[in-house]
Design a binder for this molecule. Sequence first.
Ligand SMILES: NC(=O)C1=CN([C@@H]2O[C@H](COP(=O)(O)OP(=O)(O)OC[C@H]3O[C@@H](n4cnc5c(N)ncnc54)[C@H](OP(=O)(O)O)[C@@H]3O)[C@@H](O)[C@H]2O)C=CC1
Ligand SMILES: O=C(O)[C@@H]1CCC=N1
Length: 268
Amino acid sequence: MTGLPSLLLVGGGRMGSAMLAGWRERGLSQAIVVDPSAEAAKLAGPNVTVVADAAAIPAGFAPEAVVLAVKPQSAAEALPAYARFAGGAVFISIMAGKTVEAVTRLLGVPAAIVRAMPNTPAAVRQGITVAYAAEAVTPVQKALADTLLGATGEIAWVEEEGLLDPVTAISGGGPAYVFLLTELLEQAGLDQGLPPELARQMARQTVIGSAALLAASAEDAAQLRIAVTSPKGTTERALAVLRADDAWPKSFREAIQAATERSRELSA
Ligand SMILES: NC(=O)C1=CN([C@@H]2O[C@H](COP(=O)(O)OP(=O)(O)OC[C@H]3O[C@@H](n4cnc5c(N)ncnc54)[C@H](OP(=O)(O)O)[C@@H]3O)[C@@H](O)[C@H]2O)C=CC1
Ligand SMILES: O=C(O)[C@@H]1CCC=N1
């Protein structure tokens, strides 16, 4: 197994800590996390040091990769402190919307930048990251980013940076839609009079089991759906409601469009 590169993680919040958990499972060589929050201090452990500020990074630490995982709104304040690593490290920005051009401007120096969009299943190495490498990224740096991002799940590369906006809407935010579906299934169970514990158990295990079946099966999602849908049966009735033109197809189209637009708004 290839070792993971030494890295500096800027922002150990929900996504940063999820990636770190995935890297830990894989076997991390050396990481420094910069994050001022008390919660992030708990991320310290074998091979992982947490500091509150960039000024506390030990002199001489030369990360191979700098992962920018602060909120897009914190970027202007946070990024300039890391310009000094631009000579040696590849920068991997996971900030929603922020373009390579914006990250370069905020760093204040030319840098090798990969713009990537992971998702929180990275914590259990079941994530998907879609990434774009800017021109300044060398093949060695791209391979290094591929190793790091691929250590938390699947990785795909795109040649067109603009695709990262719909990617952010679909796979970046996607786990939230699946968790909402779980919540709605549970609520529907309660509405039908099921005991709360049973409604919760059914909703969770239905989503977990369906995902596992999708992962294990050679069939695609549509075939697996058809296998549940007996002609003239109960599921057919439910799907007629959900698949009506003004129901899920419209909602998903509009939701993904809204999130894609928000990603574009966050670009600068
Ligand atoms: N959550 C997700 O599912 C995904 C998020 N992303 C992207 O990841 C990035 C982080 O999102 P998320 O983890 O959800 O957000 P969080 O708010 O959970 O994490 C950001 C962390 O950065 C810390 N922070 C704030 N300022 C600084 C600073 N100057 N230096 C270092 N750390 C700082 C915050 O501390 P404090 O709370 O004290 O401000 C917080 O712990 C965003 O850009 C987002 O677009 C990408 C893919 C998926
Ligand atoms: O909601 C957000 O802006 C981030 C990006 C994708 C998931 N979370």
